[in-house]
Design a protein around this ligand. Structure first.
Ligand code: KIV
Length: 279
């Protein structure tokens, strides 16, 4: 065998891709699922190479990438652009894309059309939508086209104007038992996993023990099957947002600002470029 063939076969080493079945097997085996957001090629490459199981192209891109106050303004085409860039970077992770506000609520046919457009134009592996019983018909219709669906309960940011605040949800018994029922409805409707956002840890653990599908938490404690964070938050690139549940692994806002300051200084002082940095 010529030497370069060997190199090629090493480079092409089979990567075991994460599928919805793999996630469900992880839950059965008690292995925690890791999930982070990405909205562009470079970040998705970093996150995938870091060994993440699921990449969420979240509608938090509305805040993080576009500077909106809420997740409501982002459009389907913007989400598809983000998702297509992410998919081009990813070798292993499962890529799930948020259905943005106004592309599925109250109309299961529209939910199906929006999901088909996302899958066709981005190459992603599944979609996520917010809500419980009110999206049951949409979940079933999307699934009828063979598209995996992830649910999202608790603090659902697309309903921020109904809630009026981003505080912890389902602290009272009535909302807690409705949430548990909704999780069971989503499971029955065929969701392959559910995100639980900002609810009491004991309730989240109860949900994870009640349903057979993976439950992935953000601000929902350690008793669930996996965790998700917004990458820009955990990397410390955003510095105005500091909820209790957020663990920052880096302080990139400061490090990057310092790097920019150093660059500005070097340009102004004519230190950059030096003789080795030119042709
Ligand atoms: O849009 C998003 O980033 C999300 C996560 C917070 C779960 O939905």
């Amino acid at each position: 065998m010529p030497n370069n063939w060997k190199i090629m076969s090493v480079a092409k080493k089979e990567i075991k891709k994460v599928t919805t079945n793999v996630l469900q097997a992880m839950k059965r085996a008690g292995e925690k699922i890791s999930m982070l957001t990405a909205y562009d090629y470079t970040m998705a490459r970093i996150v995938d190479d870091g060994g993440i199981d699921v990449i969420l192209v979240g509608d938090s891109s509305s805040n993080v990438m576009h500077g909106h106050e809420t997740t409501l303004p982002i459009t389907l085409n913007q989400m598809i652009d983000h998702a297509a860039a992410v998919v081009r970077a990813v070798n292993r992770a499962l890529v799930v894309v948020d259905l943005p506000f106004g592309t599925y609520q109250g109309n299961s046919k529209e939910a199906l059309n929006s999901s088909i457009k996302i899958m066709k134009e981005s190459g992603a592996h599944g979609v996520k939508l917010e809500g419980g019983r009110e999206v049951k018909e949409s979940v079933e219709r999307i699934l009828s086209a063979g598209i995996p669906v992830m649910g999202h309960l608790g603090l659902t940011p697309q309903s921020i104007y109904k809630f009026g605040t981003y505080t912890v949800r389902a602290k009272e018994e009535e909302e807690a038992s409705r949430l548990l029922e909704d999780a069971q409805i989503l499971e029955k409707s065929g969701c392959f996993a559910i995100v639980l956002e900002k609810i009491p840890a004991a309730l989240a653990e109860k949900v994870a023990k009640t349903v057979q599908i993976p439950v992935i938490g953000i601000g929902a404690g350690g008793g669930v099957d996996g965790q998700v964070l917004v990458t820009h938050d955990m990397m410390g690139m955003t510095n105005e947002f500091s909820p209790r549940f957020l663990r920052r692994y880096l302080n990139l806002y400061t490090e990057m600002t310092e790097a920019v300051k150093s660059y500005v200084k070097d340009v102004k002082s004519k230190d950059f470029p030096n003789s080795n940095e030119q042709y």
